[in-house]
Ligand binder design. Structure first.
Ligand code: ZN
Length: 327
């Protein structure tokens, strides 16, 4: 593993969600002024690390067992790592090429062939990561049982400035660890409640799936997906491109509809696609998976979903009728 920490500036700050903030070395190379507000973020995981600069928006990531990417090499160069050291790091990484690395490479090839790709997008200006220092947003995410290891954001306001941003949670959309869009969920009661930057065919949550999981759950909302590590199709339909992406994950697919009219629409589409549907017998006031997680916890909710998983079209149709009647 590259010990990237050894190359980073020694002045650092760590957030509860595991991001290490330093003055970013990338900005001056990307037409921005030098970062003096520690807006470079590094997150280290078991498999590698990812870098996100909240000043110039430069991103890079590294996965143990893979070749260093073009952007990861750039970042190392900007951190003054000598070229021969970068080559040594690359060879060292390839020595650890794992089964997962090979499987991932195959997945990438399959994705390229099926034309599942998204362009890099920028997060809103002023994006910062939500942590305990932003209590309103932090509290909201805790109440909705959103795991702390996902980098949720917000737009910070300047103290005493006349204009303040609307309070809202920004969920970065990623695909293969690159930022490809986002959604903002506003916390005031004004409209619109959501603003999205979504590319056609995008499905949220592919990056939340672990290599050894056999099942994947498909829901409508991004907070539902986050609270149970599933996928979100982000509206009450599943487009053909989205279906291709979901199938490309190679898992057993189960759609978990919301208990509302949009949910009924999602059930019809799931049946059309030949996918399983799960409608656990939750009380009517429990509208979606996130409500269930808040009430029962993540594990019990997962068990309810797997127990109610239905593949028979007739049985799905029966449950659909029960739901439609109640609405
Ligand atoms: Zn930067």
């Amino acid at each position: 593993m590259i010990d990237l920490l050894a190359y980073l500036p020694s002045k650092r700050k760590q957030t509860a969600s595991g991001w290490i903030s330093v003055n970013a070395p990338c900005c001056v190379h990307n037409g921005e002024s030098a970062d003096r507000r520690q807006r470079g973020g590094l997150k280290i995981s078991e498999q590698g690390w990812s870098w996100h600069c909240f000043n110039c928006q430069f991103t890079a990531s590294f996965v143990q067992g893979r070749n260093l990417t073009f952007k990861a090499r750039k970042l190392l160069t900007w951190l003054n790592v000598p070229p021969e050291e970068i080559e040594r790091i690359n060879l060292e990484s390839l020595r650890h090429r794992s089964v997962h690395g090979i499987l991932d490479d195959r997945q990438r090839t399959a994705n390229a062939v099926q034309n599942i790709q998204f362009e890099d997008r920028e997060l809103p200006e002023g994006f910062i990561i939500v942590d305990q220092h932003t209590p309103v947003h932090w509290q909201y995410l805790r109440e909705r049982c959103i795991p702390q290891d996902y980098p949720m954001g917000m737009v910070g306001g300047r103290p005493n400035a006349k204009w303040q941003p609307r309070p809202g949670i920004i969920v970065p959309f990623t695909y293969e660890a690159r930022i490809v869009g986002h959604t903002t969920r506003y916390l005031d009661n004004k409209s619109p409640k959501y603003i999205h930057d979504i590319q056609p065919g995008y499905v949220f949550g592919a990056d939340l799936q672990r290599p050894d999981w056999q099942h994947v759950l498909v829901m409508e909302g991004v907070f539902d997906a986050l609270s149970i590590s599933g996928l979100a199709v982000l509206h009450a339909d599943i487009s053909d491109a989205q279906a291709r992406l979901i199938r490309s994950l190679g898992r057993e697919i189960t759609v978990v509809p919301d208990q509302d009219t949009a949910g009924v629409k999602l059930i019809d589409r799931a049946v059309e696609l030949g996918w399983a549907v799960s409608m656990p017998e939750w009380p009517p006031e429990m509208k979606d998976v996130n409500d269930a997680v808040k009430q029962y916890g993540r594990l019990a909710t997962l068990i309810h979903i797997m127990q109610a998983r239905e593949t028979s079209k007739i049985k799905i149709e029966l449950r659909r009728k029960q739901l439609a009647k109640r609405l």
